[in-house]
Design a protein around this ligand. Structure first.
Ligand SMILES: NC(=O)c1ccc[n+]([C@@H]2O[C@H](COP(=O)([O-])OP(=O)(O)OC[C@H]3O[C@@H](n4cnc5c(N)ncnc54)[C@H](O)[C@@H]3O)[C@@H](O)[C@H]2O)c1
Ligand SMILES: O=C(O)C[C@H](O)C(=O)O
Length: 328
């Protein structure tokens, strides 16, 4: 018997990440090749954006995806999020010319307050929310705080792109395939302050730290490369990462929904005090997923170098949180 369709909301659906994401959701790459989906797509109430969304929907239709059993265009989160089981919050206000960081935080705070409130009112009580739009951790925090009747644990931010970037750098350094690398993680904020950590990673049972054995490379090559990768892509492409960001969003949601078979992945999730990170700060942690739930790996030793990096990314997140507290 075929499964009951699930409702998937995607915001910023006519944007460049949306274009790299929707076709993969509709083909079953996110929730499984046996899971029918209904796409509920949100764009701003602007003629050009809505027209572009219509074009994307025409293309989705032209793919004749067997799993795509419904599709709707929306300009209001209150209708877009009705009964949704999954919400991918991609649309956000980009930094414009002359815009200060505080202005960017405030503009996005408005968007994510409204979207959090709408999720609170109309989404499924089990909705799984992934925030991709930057600043992703703080936007997820705002949406979570604006949705008090939903479980806080259902709000997550995307650190998976940083995780995947770190995997590829370690693979290149060791000459081993990415699939062989286990137990890597990225702590903190989706920003250049994130701390990609291979201290626990193994390849075919061997410690990656011993294989690399180069703290100078870790501190001065690996961490800056992963941390500044988003800016390097903007510089090279003239646009921010889109296909790799969409791919990371698919990975994040697929693993959350379908499980990781004991493998570690990184998710930005509201802290419950793990590793001294204050309650509710949305922070990248190592997790495993099973039965639709993530579980943070606890009890890992944190050395002085790692603690310093974790403190730095936490400090940045606390600063972002302070910058929006008057708006919540
Ligand atoms: N977390 C990550 O790893 C990561 C990686 C890459 C990009 N990003 C972020 O993802 C976001 C989207 O990137 P993009 O390249 O698709 O941008 P884009 O500008 O191509 O598309 C964004 C779309 O969102 C729409 N939008 C804006 N406000 C909206 C709202 N309130 N409701 C619904 N739609 C809205 C815009 O109309 C636009 O079509 C950006 O904030 C970007 O910085 C995050
Ligand atoms: O959009 C950006 O600023 C960069 C993006 O978050 C990325 O990591 O590629």
């Amino acid at each position: 018997m075929s499964k009951k369709p699930v409702r998937v909301a995607v915001t910023g659906a006519a944007g460049q990440i949306g274009y790299a994401l929707l076709f993969r959701i509709a083909s079953g790459e996110m929730l499984g090749k046996d899971q029918p989906v209904i796409l509920q797509l949100l764009e701003i109430p602007d003629e050009k954006a809505q027209k572009a969304l219509t074009g994307v929907m025409m293309e989705l239709q032209d793919c004749a995806f067997p799993l795509l059993v419904g599709m709707e265009a929306h300009s209001d989160p209150m209708t877009a999020f009705k009964d949704v089981d999954y919400a991918l919050l991609v649309g956000a206000r980009p930094r414009g010319p002359g815009m200060e960081r505080a202005d960017l935080l405030a503009a996005n705070a408005q968007i994510f307050t409204a979207q959090g409130k709408a999720l609170d009112k109309v989404a499924s009580r089990n909705v799984k929310v992934l925030v991709v739009g930057n600043p992703a951790n703080t936007n997820a925090y705002i949406a979570m705080k604006s949705a008090p009747s939903l479980p806080a644990k259902n709000f997550t931010a995307m650190l998976r792109l940083d995780h995947n970037r770190a995997l590829s750098q370690v693979a290149a350094k060791t000459g081993k395939p990415v699939a062989a690398i286990k137990k890597l993680t990225v702590w903190g904020n989706h920003s250049p302050t994130m701390y990609a950590d291979y201290r626990f990673a193994t390849i075919d049972g061997q410690d990656v730290k011993d294989m690399i054995n180069d703290q100078e490379w870790n501190a001065n090559v690996f961490l800056p490369t992963v941390g500044k990768r988003g800016a390097a892509i903007i510089d090279a492409r003239g646009l921010s990462s889109a296909a790799s960001a969409a791919n990371a969003a698919i990975d994040h949601m697929r693993d959350w929904a379908l499980g990781t078979n004991g493998e570690w992945v990184t998710m930005g999730v509201p802290s419950q005090g793990w590793y001294g990170i204050p309650q509710d700060v949305i922070f990248g942690f190592p997790v495993t997923c099973e039965n639709g739930e993530y579980k943070v790996i606890e009890g890992l030793p944190i050395d002085a170098f790692s603690q310093e990096r974790i403190n730095k990314t936490l400090e940045e997140l606390e600063g972002e949180k302070d910058g929006v507290k008057h708006l919540l």
